[in-house]
Design a binder for this molecule. Structure first.
Ligand code: FCB
Length: 519
């Protein structure tokens, strides 16, 4: 019955698609000047770059090859938690990186955002460096640079070495600060002569909520009644503790970079955060206050300490003694410890006041936030996000006004479609077109945005959806032993947009560095 319903919805979707295709195909003329904007309307590199994003576990594969040890995602996936999907082979970028860099060239990418697998570079998270891991990332970076593509490197994209989780509980232990800083040091030392953009963490607010409150993501810590099937953890305290140690780890790595490497390597270091934009569910005063609270709990949790040295006031009030306190030395180290903020934005949601949650004695982060969130509109049959670029515009404006207009990258933004649905991914084109246009509007309005990375270059293993959804410009049939990459319409579209430009790619120099900071 469910299957029939899905089929019916799918059919309806195809009919809708056929009827709207003619007007969309006009939009596809992007790059011919029909879209209302062009690549040249944005600053040229290095002031602004267009690229695509990926993460190690989602694309590399070779999970047990050449000395790599498991991360918490390998463990989780092998427990069958991703509907049988694993990153064992994924897109096999470990072996196909040269081919993938050629795809990037063909697409016209100016930058590639990828992450390093900590347990590939330093098996077990601590101790000697794995020469094969070192070799792989050196090869990838060299390949990118020799093809004129800037490497933007994330140090931690959700894949904590399992050994550190087993030894001391990973992010909930203060021991992690030392081990993360040592890992970052290896990366700066080995790759920093060629990598100028470092992001310490990818969206800690998401992996902490999933991994330490609700417990449906690795390392699956949670406590009743908040999470599902919890065997260890504490949903009331651990999310706050984990973010605290993440911020201290970030600040420690950033201090190391700034003191030891930045003057000679001329690069930049920042952190990434996931954020929705929220709008009040109703016009009531309660929902309007709740909407601000939602921003404080999602975005402010990570960024407020970085800009102001402490958590947002409402978080401290609602979480009380469960949210750790920064010592004055820690606060001073965290505050200002970034050159840029990376933002993952996908959709805008409704926020509704749920202050009743504050009457519950034992609370978790969600209850502390005292909000409920709702999608504006969600098409179950296609999996696709409602397209809300205006929300990204508002979010960037909010950051400009409330957080001192920091240099900022859109690190992830993209449309979700059902895996294997179609190479004619019109909604991805419409989505990217809308968001890139919005980005231009906010830049013209004074936002300090420096780049746009779409998620994702390839159809990879999706952390939240396994094999159900895909975000790629390039389709991969995972049953095909060759894992052939096939361009979707969105790849052609992006490529057309990126290639019509009046500048020639070049690498960052000292003069660029000066310009970057003086803008
Ligand atoms: C983000 C993750 C990224 C990807 C997208 C769709 O939350 O950072 O790895 O899976 O979602």
């Amino acid at each position: 019955m469910i299957l029939q319903l899905e089929l019916l919805l799918h059919l309806c979707f195809i009919i809708v698609l056929i009827s709207i295709s003619p007007s969309l195909s006009l939009d596809l003329e992007l790059g011919n000047g029909d879209d209302g904007f062009e690549r040249d309307d944005f600053p040229a590199p290095p002031d602004f770059v267009f690229g695509a994003s990926a993460s190690a576990y989602q694309v590399e594969g070779a999970a047990d090859q050449d000395g790599r040890t498991p991360s918490i995602w390998d463990t989780y996936a092998h427990e069958g938690k991703m509907d049988g999907a694993t990153g064992d082979v994924a897109c096999d970028q470990y072996h196909k990186y040269k081919e993938d860099v050629q795809l990037m060239v063909k697409t016209g990418l100016e930058a590639y955002r990828f992450s390093i697998s900590w347990s590939r570079l330093i098996p077990n998270g601590r101790g000697p460096v794995n020469p094969k891991g070192l070799q792989y990332y050196n090869n990838l970076i060299d390949q990118l640079i020799s093809n004129g593509i800037q490497p933007h490197v994330t140090l931690h994209h959700a894949d904590l070495p399992q050994a550190l989780e087993d030894e001391y509980g990973g992010w909930v232990s203060p021991n992690i600060v030392k081990d993360f800083t040592a890992y970052a040091n290896v990366c700066f030392e080995q790759f920093g002569d060629r990598v100028a953009h470092w992001t310490t963490m990818n969206e800690p607010n998401v992996f902490v909520l999933g991994g330490y409150d609700i417990g449906f993501l690795p390392p699956q810590h949670c406590s009743a009644p908040f999470g599902v099937n919890c065997s260890r953890g504490n949903s009331s305290t651990e999310p706050y503790l984990a973010i605290h140690n993440i911020l201290l780890s970030h600040a420690s790595a950033a201090a190391l970079y700034k003191q030891t490497y930045q003057h000679k390597q001329r690069g930049f270091i920042g952190i990434n955060v996931f954020s929705y934009w929220f709008i009040p569910r109703t016009e009531t005063q309660h929902d309007q206050v709740a909407t601000q609270r939602a921003m404080d709990f999602y975005f402010g949790w990570v960024v407020h300490p970085l800009v102001y040295g402490d958590y947002p006031r409402v978080m401290k009030k609602n979480a009380g003694s469960r949210i750790p306190t920064f010592t004055s030395a820690e606060s001073a180290q965290v505050q200002g410890s970034f050159d840029f903020i990376g933002l993952n934005y996908y959709v805008t949601l409704y926020a509704e006041d749920f202050s009743a949650a504050l009457n519950i004695q034992e609370r978790d982060y969600t209850a502390d936030s005292a909000i409920q969130i709702y999608p504006l509109d969600f098409n179950q049959s296609t999996f696709e996000y409602p397209i809300t670029p205006w929300g990204m515009e508002e979010l960037l404006e909010y950051i400009k006004q409330n957080y001192g207009n920091p240099p900022l990258y859109i690190h992830e933004n993209g449309q979700r479609t059902r895996r294997n649905s179609s190479l004619e991914d019109w909604s991805r084109i419409e989505y990217m077109h809308g968001h890139i246009h919005s980005l231009l509007n906010v830049i013209r309005n004074g936002s300090n945005a420096r780049g746009y990375f779409m998620w994702s270059l390839l159809d990879s293993i999706e952390l939240l959806d396994g094999l159900k959804s895909s975000y790629g410009l390039y389709y991969i049939d995972l049953d095909d032993p060759e894992l052939k990459r096939q361009p979707k319409l969105s790849a052609h579209w992006y490529s057309k947009f990126l290639k019509k430009k009046n500048f020639t790619p070049h690498s960052a120099s000292d003069a660029d560095h000066q310009r970057y900071f003086s803008r």
